[in-house]
Design a protein around this ligand. Sequence first.
Ligand code: SF4
Length: 621
Amino acid sequence: MGTFRLALVSMPWPLANRPSIQLATLKSFLREKAPEVETDCYHPYLQVGNLLGIQAYNNIAERTWMAEAIYGYLLNPKKRVEILDLVRKEHASRTKTSPPDLKTISSQIHRLHQGHHFDLEWSSYDLVGFSICLSQLTSSLYMFRQIRARHPSCRIVVGGSSCAGELGYSLLANLPEIDFVVSGEGELPLLELINRIKKDELEGDESSGLLWRDAQGSIRGGEFNQLPDLNDLPVPEYRDYFDELSRQPRLATLVPSLPLETSRGCWWHRVKTGSVERACKFCNLNLQWRGYRSKEPHQVAREMEELAAQYASLKFFFVDNILDNNKLHELFKCINDAGRDFEIFTELRAPVSRSDLIQMRRTGVTQVQVGIEALSTRLLRKINKGTTAIQNIEIMKHCEELGIQHLSNLMLGFPGSDAEDVAETLHNLRFVMPFQPLRKVRFWLGQNSPVALHPKEYGIRRITNHPHYHSLLPDSLANSLCLMVKTYVGDRTRQKKLWRPVAREIERWQQRYTSLRRQHLQTPLLSYRDGGDFLLIRRRAEGSEMETFRLRGSSRAIYRFCETRRTLEEIRREFPRFSSDKLQTFISHMVGKLLMFQEGRQVLSLAVSEEPHKILCNEKT
Ligand code: SF4
């Protein structure tokens, strides 16, 4: 065989302004390792985005069940009433606006599929691959069924986060349209599969990261097959996305955000001899990887420069689950040295030092998602997050000060959480009111998360696929596939009731924060101005109301010293004139006024500077 033709497809519903990094990385990897492979990447979500308009598309794409319902409606004519009901309820649980018109949208998409847009010469490819990640199950299923119906000889492989391990095994076991599954990351297994197809020998190494059916129809293979070193990866190739985008007139104003990975996996998530030894108990984000690998900072910076130049884009979206703490400072220093006006989104997890955050902000980090999850240390321990409430509050404060938008969640209803966790959360919420509000997210049970693996420990039982899948998929599939989102029996109603006051408090916080920021022309709600030997702290309230506090001399100095989290011992060392009692009296006074937060022996001042540009320009990092 000479040239090998490979098509890679990413179906709706990724956000339309983001090319698929999965497809782009596979394409560039194969170009380097197997130049005879000609890879075409397809992003049908762009056509769907163009059809619906960007706003309508993103409204659907941002909500998993809503997104899965669109193609579910097409896949399951018998369950349309159920699906309409699901969409109505899902929508009503979040907003009072009217839900998207599922019937019209689905029939428009159906027509798009019937037209020439998606009916390419699929059989001219030696292999067609689907990347199936969040919200792409029903759309991929619909598409590869169509391809198979029209091009029966087409070979189909699926991979992606929704195909790792048991998930992928069950797809292959239940969907005859699929020929192969890549379990885990795709580069090496896909290369292996291409070589096998070229040699016409589908049997091979059982631990190649591939699943296939043997001549008797039994499923073979498995394991993961990972790149030892991510630095071996070439720069992702996004050209196909940009070409497709240029053909979508309704997406002409879209500003693409280039995905970039600096690492794979999570250093906090540790697996030993097949079982999870340490991880956040709710998390199943690492089903696809074993261990943690990260790229060298200078390579990341080089990739960003190359991508920016190639696509005339400065907006980057780091797809990492977690950045490499050991390389954090160096990473942003290298990116900063590139001297570009980048705009970067990244995930973070407390603690991140103030100086690292300053460096990140200087480099162009304008938006982050912080893995906050809880504001109760007691609960954070149960979740095994490895963080504390004061660390979370500290990072929220620094984001507020540096103008970094953070889109972070507070999880409600973690199984086994109790009234004390709720009380601690409510208490601590009073201190974070001046900062960007968190979003409330109900606990959901993910396939193979530590909670799902040890249900008894959390008082839950009878874990099955989430009931929504029974509406979205034919019954035979909903019962037999192993799917990402689960439901369970036990500790649900109690949790819902328990966390209701927190849910209400968060809503109040969201409304109050938005309204006060507007009234006060986006000035921080709790801020200070430093007069050298005195400090003016201001707390903004309704209308033009403002509370002012003046701290003089040592009080000012202690308050500024606690700009980052300090222990009582550190404060004592810095201010030896103060006895422990006197120091604690001052801190308690400040805590009583919600100007400082104290947790055990750690203390944090809460007011942020009204002159953040001085911090960004002057402070050494
Ligand atoms: S939630 Fe984040 S930090 Fe926790 S285990 Fe998952 S990826 Fe790692």
